[in-house]
Every structure is written in structure tokens, then in C-alpha cells.
Design a protein around this ligand. Sequence first.
Ligand SMILES: Nc1ncnc2c1ncn2[C@@H]1O[C@H](COP(=O)(O)OP(=O)(O)O)[C@@H](O)[C@H]1O
Ligand SMILES: [Mg+2]
Length: 359
Amino acid sequence: MPGELVLSGLTKTFRSRGDVVVAVDNLDLEVEKGELVTLLGPSGCGKTTTLRLIGGFEIPDSGKVYIGGRDVTDLPPQRRNTATVFQSYGLFPHMTVFENVAFGLKVRRLPRAETRRRVLEVLKLVNLEGLERRYPRELSGGQQQRVALARALVVEPQVLLFDEPLSNLDAKLRVETREQIRKLQKELGITSVYVTHDQAEAMAISDRIAVMNEGKLQQIGPPYEIYAHPANRFVADFIGRANFLTVKVVEAEDNRLEIELKGGVRLEIPRVEGFTPGMQAVAVIRPEAVDVLQEGEGDVTATVVFGHYTGSLATYKLALPWGETLEVEVLSPQEKGFLSEGEKVGIRFHRQSIHLLFE
Ligand SMILES: Nc1ncnc2c1ncn2[C@@H]1O[C@H](COP(=O)(O)OP(=O)(O)O)[C@@H](O)[C@H]1O
Ligand SMILES: [Mg+2]
């Protein structure tokens, strides 16, 4: 069965003053009914353009958009049954909360009583009961964003689109609001595409993450899969932090590989498809996938180059004997003591967490 939303070979080019920018480059994507897929990538990688192509605010140079199996590529926004929540809220300043939320239903010419019922219901859903007579300027940023959410939900869209909806909120409110969005989206089972450049937000909110760079899809998968098995250096680096060590594959068996680090240290790691003995590779080692021990313990001795403390974590940059460096994270540093520059430590690599990339 095809997805509720299908993007097929979507390409969109912009021309401005002689420059040609391929904003979206031959993008294929399927979103299942009730699923939340996040488009994640750096600024300028084509996320907003993709969302605008889905919503009908841009027409692609080539490719198709299907919603519920119907080709909507050439339909205007109001005939697509999508709704968008924007970063800037986009509320009408001269209308009350009630009128803002009711707007989409008025346009659709719903009877008054039904409109009232649905608006009040959805305001309750987003915890804005009792605020229907306020104007946007009389609300906090978080409340305004919930009005924007209510306005999108009230039309019961087939696909709900979010463009960096939390960027204008402070850190704590961002976390609360994203939890609320996710809870509602799941309860209501709304097929959603969510755009962000914030990898932690993407990890927290998504069924699947589609990582984009320069208009191209790099990888799509559940948060765990993308983190544990990144498809390339870009994805590994963009999702969380990663060390890249040059290694050689020494042995390959059914479900394990033996690799050799530059200094001769050998590690047995889970099998990664496509690697055979003799090949050079890049090992992706996450900062938390290393134990920091006493000098003389573990796999190799390293020297502390730099350290900083963020409360729950201490982050250290370590120099390996053969010149490569390694960023490591230590949990609960209060209990273990903070390491100082020049100190020698033993480190142990978590074999199970090491992933290989082609050079
Ligand atoms: N209307 C436009 N005219 C010209 N260039 C545009 C236009 N919209 C977007 N772009 C360019 O397309 C690329 C992708 O933009 P966008 O989709 O907004 O990225 P993102 O949302 O990931 O930051 C950028 O290089 C941007 O400058
Ligand atoms: Mg954008």
C-alpha cells in the first residue's frame, strides 16, 4: 500500500539574478498514515521548499505529490487538505483567538453551531480553554503557537505540516511544546511532516527522520537507526556528535568484523555490510561509547587535551598515541572527578556501538 503522502522525484530550482539554486533535488519520500516524519538538515538544505511543495505554495519543476493516492501536484493549496503551522505563528492580529481558529472553517462555510463546537473542542485540546476572547498580543509566545496549532488542527487536514514551529520559543518551552505536539499528533493519528534543523527535537518527536543536505535526501529511518547506523559522514556528524577514526578491516565473519585502529589496536565489532579484509574504512565512534578508565586499563592510553563541564556531563578531547583525537563524554562527572589537561587515562571502546563507513 502506498503512503498517505508520496513525493516522487520532486525537483525545484530557483533562479535569482543569474544564480541557479537546486533547492530540492529529485526527492523521493513516503509518509504512512498517522506517521510523523521530520525533515532534518542545515539551513538552506531545502526543507521549507519541500514543505511548500507539499502544501501547494510552490509548483515543482518535475516530480509528483500524492496525498491519499490522489495526484495533487497541480492543485492550489486550498484544494489539498493540508494545513501548516509556521515558525512565525501567522496569526491575524486583529482577530481574537476564537476568530483565528474559526477562520478556516468559515472559509469552508461550515454552519455556525458546528464551527463553534469544533473551535471550542480544539482549543480544549491544546489547553487554551477560556482564552478564546483574547487577541494574539495578549498571549505569550507559547500560547500563540498553540493557537496556530489549533487553527491547523481544526480543519482536520489529511496532512499536517510544521515549519520550525518551536524556533521562537525559549529552550524549556520548546521541550514542553514539542511533547504536546507529539502527544496530540499521536492521539489524533494525523499524518505529519515536521521541519527542523535541531537534531534533538527531531529525535524526540519523530517516527522517522529524513536527513537532507543540499536538496538531497541522505537517509531516512527511525531515530535509533539513523543514530546507530548513519549512512554517511554527513548524517553521522549532523545527528549527535561523532569521532571518525581511520581503520583497516582485518577479518570478516558472518556477524562480526575485526578492525585495526592506526596504532595497532584490534577490536571486534558487529558486522557492517560491504566490508571485506584489507579494506580501509572510517569507524564512527560516538563520544558516549567510550569508557574513561585509569591509565594502564582498557584498550589504549590517551592524554587529556581539553575538558569542559556541562553539569550532567563532562566532555573531553583526548589525544591518542598515534595522533588522532577522540571526543568523549563522561556521565556524572561529580562522582568521578574532573580530569585536567595533560592527565593520562586508559580508554575502552564499546565494540557494539562502533559503526563503519566507506572512506
Ligand atoms: N523564492 C526563492 N527564490 C530564490 N531562492 C530560494 C527561494 N526559496 C528558497 N530559495 C533557496 O533554496 C534553497 C533552499 O531553501 P529552503 O527550502 O528555504 O531551505 P531550509 O528551509 O532548509 O533552510 C536555499 O539556497 C534558498 O536560498
Ligand atoms: Mg526553512
